[in-house]
Design a binder for this molecule. Structure first.
Ligand code: FES
Length: 75
């Protein structure tokens, strides 16, 4: 499988979340989720990261972007 090498953008994507960490990684045990549907942030602007708090709506309106959460369904 071919893959292109993409140079990192100088401005980055994460404006403020856990910047003291070298890499922001979260692990989720799907079987232990409290709700049947959980929304995880992909815009890097949630005040409840890694959970989505709806801030992507404001971001999209301000920038013309189209980002939204990852929805994880508990079986
Ligand atoms: Fe980031 Fe919803 S707040 S995707």
């Amino acid at each position: 499988r071919g893959s292109a090498v993409v140079a990192p953008r100088a401005e980055g994507i994460n404006p403020s979340i856990r910047k003291e960490e070298t890499k922001v990684v979260d692990t989720v045990q799907v079987a232990e989720l409290a709700k049947p549907l959980t929304a995880y942030c992909r815009c890097w602007r949630s005040g409840t990261f890694p959970l989505c708090d709806g801030t992507h709506v404001k971001h999209n309106k301000a920038t013309g972007d189209n980002v939204g959460p990852l929805l994880v369904k508990k079986e």
